[in-house]
Design a binder for this molecule. Structure first.
Ligand SMILES: NC(=O)c1ccc[n+]([C@@H]2O[C@H](COP(=O)([O-])OP(=O)(O)OC[C@H]3O[C@@H](n4cnc5c(N)ncnc54)[C@H](O)[C@@H]3O)[C@@H](O)[C@H]2O)c1
Length: 359
């Protein structure tokens, strides 16, 4: 869930039901020659992100993807091709198409291999934006497996102490099932925040906290910049050396190796605008120990963490995934809040493409 200051103000919000949103996204994409089966995958993932409060990577971005298709940045329909394969690994060419579709296939393949051999890993090249990275590990979690998805992006982050952006926001997502408790889902950019949070702050007209971004001389920026340029950079998670910025920087490079170097698709600083490479992994828990024992221990761990006393005036202790699952419980009932201008833009986009309005 985004920080409170990044919530759409109630008086500006238009509430849309998840099911209507899915239909709208499918219709928009199909109007642009995306096959129904692919449009359904994109709609499912974008709606999942919106329902889980990840507004920076949700349905609000649909017009951007439509624009990329119309401008020929994405090849539609795309052809996914397995370039090389072993029992436990595959290299997938995404056919320059929708990143959601290739990342979804990569996780499906990872799960199939994990079911047969205990573990499956797939690297994707020639791909694009995959949205909320956390969606894909949850596909494995639904099969009682551990899931991992990482993806690289064109540069916005400076290496610690650097004066140029060299790395993307390169997120890491890891999911594990529990028994009675909700799954653990860590889904995080390796920058201090996802770049979408800076764009969202700009759209909402609020400043960003010191430490999210710096100028070329390392000065802290609190006015969210209008667009990406070489004059400002996002900080690696932790920002300063004292704050652990070297570790955020190192994790971003790790993601670049798994996605870009392993696939041959290119590391962040080599990629063309809009490109993203991806790597997914699934692990069959039952190959290690009985599933119910694993889940019981997960429950115990999560309950122990939740039961940690909090310092005076501080929030209760959460585990990763809690904010998103809490948001989903509310939004399933109430709908997804859109800024009015964003909602109207989607309606106008649908009208321009001659598509039925569902939202
Ligand atoms: N596709 C891409 O290129 C790309 C790039 C960057 C980020 N993203 C996506 O952006 C989204 C947002 O990323 P972010 O780094 O800004 O996320 P975030 O800072 O909002 O959350 C990161 C993680 O921290 C957990 N968390 C939040 N509050 C917590 C608390 N109090 N205690 C314990 N855990 C807590 C969340 O559940 C989440 O797993 C993610 O879905 C990510 O996949 C995508």
């Amino acid at each position: 869930m985004a920080f409170d200051f990044l919530q759409v103000p109630e008086q500006e919000a238009v509430w849309v039901a998840g099911a209507a949103l899915r239909h709208q996204i499918e219709a928009l994409l199909q109007a642009l020659a995306v096959p129904a089966e692919h449009a359904q995958i994109v709609a499912e993932i974008l709606t999942y992100a919106s329902l889980h409060g990840v507004d920076t990577h949700g349905a609000g971005n649909i017009l951007g993807y439509c624009g990329a298709i119309e401008q020929g940045v994405y090849t539609v329909p795309q052809r996914l091709e397995i370039v090389s394969e072993s029992a436990t690994t595959a290299l997938l060419d995404a056919g320059n198409g929708l990143g959601f579709v290739s990342a979804h296939r990569a996780m499906e393949l990872s799960i199939e291999k994990a079911r047969a051999y205990g573990v499956g890993m797939v690297s994707v090249r020639n791909g694009h934006h995959i949205g909320m990275a956390g969606f894909y590990p949850m596909m494995a979690v639904a099969q009682d497996m551990l899931g991992v998805a990482v993806t690289n992006a064109t540069p916005s982050m400076r290496p610690l102490h650097g004066t140029l952006p060299r790395l993307g926001t390169n997120p890491i997502a890891f999911g594990a099932p529990a028994g009675q408790e909700r799954p653990f889902l860590l889904d995080m950019a390796t920058t201090t925040v996802a770049s979408g949070k800076i764009s969202l702050a700009r759209r909402l007209g609020v400043p960003i906290p010191a430490g999210w971004a710096v100028g070329v001389d390392g000065e802290l920026i609190t006015e969210p910049p209008a667009q990406r340029t070489d004059q400002w950079m996002q900080t690696p998670l932790g920002n300063t050396h004292e704050g652990g910025g070297h570790k955020g920087y190192g994790l971003a490079v790790m993601v670049d190796i798994l996605c870009g170097v392993l696939s041959g698709g290119g590391f962040s600083a080599q990629m063309q605008p809009g490109q993203n490479m991806t790597w997914t992994m699934a692990v069959d828990i039952a190959r290690f120990r009985p599933l119910d024992e694993f889940k019981a221990m997960m429950d115990e761990m999560i309950r122990t963490l939740h039961a940690t006393p909090t310092a005076p005036g501080e929030q209760p202790v959460l585990v990763a995934g809690d904010p998103e699952f809490d948001a989903a419980a509310i939004r399933q009932e109430r709908g997804i809040p859109f800024q009015r201008a964003q909602y109207e833009a989607i309606v106008a986009g649908a009208q321009r493409l001659g598509v039925e309005i569902f939202i």
